[in-house]
Design a binder for this molecule. Structure first.
Ligand code: FES
Length: 242
């Protein structure tokens, strides 16, 4: 009876299929929206540069939206993320639906074949994502200056929230946690152990809530781009707060 009481107390208050269904809907919508936004070819309204278009890259004579030169980095970073892998393997492929349910395939090949073998590139995507994140921080700084004057508009705050969420997501990465604290039995015995221990302590709380940062930053990055598109279309104005 006691065991039953414990297991019931952990049962979710919603149907089991709701979570994978929501994952499929939200991730599909995000992919479709990202492709659409990248195809627009424009992502700037002073002083805001869409995160899909940062850093701005273009090559003369090549008629490709500037977003396509950069958006593969955050896209690849998310697609190979350990958390998202769990989410999309379970929800899109039912492979498996959850920990207690057997594999749906007769033979499990792991991530040893294309395209999923590319998931092993995650740590390299992390290095590139950190570079892109640095540009996003610069864009956020620029979002507080209007014709050279400091000001705080609604868009400025959206940029700040977005880059904080993206930083929480990036610096809570499992690969980063392994980089600073992995392969060690003893911090104090290792070269640079004190610094690594300090970094490891910073990464841990972010890593513990990695799913939160993953979803929150997914929404914020979309929302910032939508805000910029509404400004570009003249559908809204950008209110000054201070
Ligand atoms: Fe999710 Fe690296 S594990 S970003």
């Amino acid at each position: 009876m006691a065991d039953q009481a414990v297991s019931h107390s952990h049962a979710p208050a919603y149907p089991w299929w709701l979570q994978p269904f929501a994952t499929v809907v939200i991730l599909s919508a995000f992919v479709v929206y990202s492709i659409w936004a990248a195809l627009q070819g424009r992502g700037y309204v002073a002083p805001y540069l869409s995160p899909f278009y940062s850093p701005p890259v273009s090559f003369r004579g090549i008629p490709i939206s500037p977003a396509f030169w950069v958006v593969w980095v955050p896209a690849g970073f998310r697609a190979t993320c350990y958390y998202y892998r769990k989410a999309y393997f379970r929800s899109f492929f039912r492979d498996p639906v959850s920990c207690m349910i057997p594999e749906s395939r007769a033979q499990y090949a792991g991530e040893t074949k294309l395209p999923f073998i590319l998931n092993n590139l995650h740590r390299y995507m992390l290095y590139l994502a950190v570079i892109v994140l640095a540009f996003l921080w610069r864009d956020t700084f620029d979002a507080f200056f209007f014709n050279g004057q400091f000001g705080v508009h609604l868009g400025s705050l959206l940029f700040l929230v977005n880059v904080l969420l993206l930083s929480g997501y990036t610096f809570g990465c499992h690969a980063l946690r392994h980089l600073v604290g992995g392969n060690l039995d003893c911090f104090s015995c290792a070269r640079g152990g004190r610094v690594r221990y300090r970094f490891w302590q910073w990464v841990n709380p972010l890593n513990y809530r990695h799913a939160f940062w993953a979803w929150a930053s997914l929404f914020s990055v979309s929302f910032v781009d939508i805000y910029i598109r509404l400004l570009l279309a003249g559908a809204i104005t950008d209110p000054r707060l201070f």
